[in-house]
Design a protein around this ligand. Structure first.
Ligand code: NDP
Length: 448
């Protein structure tokens, strides 16, 4: 670490104590952009770096709700409106027991650069709650969402701040949140949330977008070495929204998906997944809300393992699609030893810093989350555009736009990495390209 970066990080840690994921996310970006700032005295003079690490606004609020037995629970709600230079704040809501301010600040910070990379007009934000939807009834989830929106509705709007889904927030939750927003405001502001149902303003391909986009990005990376998904063994972690559609696209491109996981454990299916198995996962996770262990009970030959370890099986491509810091330096060593040539991140910051360092040092085709999983927010941007037009585009149209955006993010990352003297380094390419767009917009807009 250069002394300039070290000094800057000391300030970040002192000012944001105990927010370790936020420190990690800032550190990774600052490592990439510090040399760029040195070349741009106008950024330095305008304090771009000091301003970009400070959220424009942080909202924190009480969310009281009653369970089915009438017992009262209190969770904490958050919305981090991080940077609005490019457009309305945009980023998902996460409902998970682990949620705290530091995690949402890391996610909101990443979102600034990711949204910039899509080239669409979206600022960066993130929100959520430490509410855990697992094991709750539909009615309990609905009451929680209504209480959450009762506060949040004051702060959001189609031109202000547009939340979407993330871990623990899917179509069901977006529906309950939208219903309460509409009731409180007496407005059908379709563009206030994305990830809506198809019948009331949602976009085709939005559920698929993050997973498909991650695979499109991997396909582009593989293409730089004249490789493709055809016949490749692919490890996927997670079994939620991103993992499911990443699996679908890998299969469509001729790859063999051999794993999935959840927070309890993982399955290895050496025969590879097929349509029937994927349908089982859709039903298991999205309807019955069960555990991935059941996959191995249903399909012969698939093994279930409790706990961590999904990266220990030999593969050609790894797609981490569960959560932050799920792939450690040790996992990275094993993946590379076993012949893995590409890692494309569906999740946000799934690889720990030592894993990232190893991938970069060994010239692995490594697509960091803020580039590789930008397809989700990109199609959210397309959903907003359709809502403004009061039109719905076809599946083919949205998928073609998503594919084009992912190719464009890939080529921008490659070109920017080359221009700044680190060819093949997608981390630098994505961080610098995203940063430049935001920094120039902040300069244009004066001291905000
Ligand atoms: P889901 O809630 O649909 O699925 C999350 C999956 O990850 C589940 O299988 C879950 O298992 C697993 N998981 C969650 N926390 C942990 C943990 N601590 N340890 C191990 N496994 C865990 O979320 P998404 O698929 O939407 O999100 C997955 C990742 O993708 C997140 O990092 C998210 O930020 C990122 N992302 C999502 C986008 C989207 O459009 N949805 C857009 C861009 C990024 P379990 O059910 O047991 O909790």
């Amino acid at each position: 670490m250069s002394s300039g970066v070290a000094h800057f990080m000391e300030g970040i840690v002192a000012k944001n104590p105990a927010e370790k994921e936020f420190h990690q996310a800032v550190h990774e970006v600052v490592e990439s952009i510090f040399p760029v700032i040195e070349q741009h005295p106008e950024f330095k003079k305008a304090g771009i770096l000091e301003r970009i690490v400070e959220p424009e606004r942080v909202l924190m609020f009480r969310v009281p709700w009653q369970d089915d037995d009438g017992e009262v629970h209190v969770n904490r709600g958050f919305r981090v409106e991080f940077n609005g230079a490019l457009g309305p704040y945009k980023g998902g809501l996460r409902f998970h027991a682990s949620v705290n301010l530091g995690i949402l600040k890391f996610l909101g910070f990443e979102q600034i650069f990711k949204n910039a990379l899509t080239t669409l007009a979206m600022g960066g934000g993130k929100g959520g709650s430490d509410f855990d939807p697992k094991g709750k009834s539909d009615n309990e989830v609905m009451r929680f969402c209504q209480s959450f929106m009762t506060e949040l509705h004051r702060h959001i709007g189609p031109d202000t701040d547009v939340p979407a889904g993330d871990i623990g927030v899917g179509g069901r939750e977006i529906g309950y949140l939208f219903g309460q927003y509409r009731r409180l405001t007496n407005r059908f502001d379709a563009g206030v949330l994305t990830g809506k149902g198809l019948g009331w303003g949602g976009s085709l391909i939005r559920p698929e977008a993050t997973g498909y986009g991650t695979v499109y990005f991997a396909q582009e990376m593989l293409g730089t070495r004249d490789e493709s998904f055809e016949g490749k063994r692919v490890l996927i972690s997670g079994s939620g929204n991103v993992a499911q559609f990443a699996a679908e696209k890998v299969m469509e491109l001729g790859g063999k998906v051999i794993s999935m996981s959840d927070s309890s454990g993982f399955i290895i299916d050496d025969a590879g997944m097929d349509q029937e198995k994927l349908q089982f996962v859709f039903d298991l996770k999205n309807k019955r809300r069960g555990r991935i262990r059941e996959y191995s009970e249903r399909f012969k030959g698939a093994e279930y393992h409790e706990g961590r370890g999904v990266w220990n099986t030999p593969c050609d491509v790894a797609l981490p699609c569960a959560t932050q810091n799920e792939l450690t330096g040790e996992d990275a060593e094993i993946l590379l030893k076993n012949g893995c040539i590409a890692v494309s991140e569906g999740a946000n910051m799934p690889s720990t810093p030592d894993a990232v360092d190893l991938f970069v040092a060994r010239k692995t085709l490594y697509g960091p989350g803020k580039a590789a999983n930008a397809g989700g927010v990109a199609v959210s941007g397309l959903e907003m555009a359709q809502n403004s037009q009061r039109m719905s585009w076809t599946r083919e149209e949205v998928d073609a736009k998503l594919h084009w955006i992912m190719k464009n993010i890939h080529s921008t990352s490659v070109e920017t990495a080359e221009r700044y003297g680190t060819p093949g380094n997608y981390v630098n390419g994505a961080n610098i390209a995203g940063f430049l767009r935001v920094a120039h917009s902040m300069l244009d807009q004066g001291l905000t």
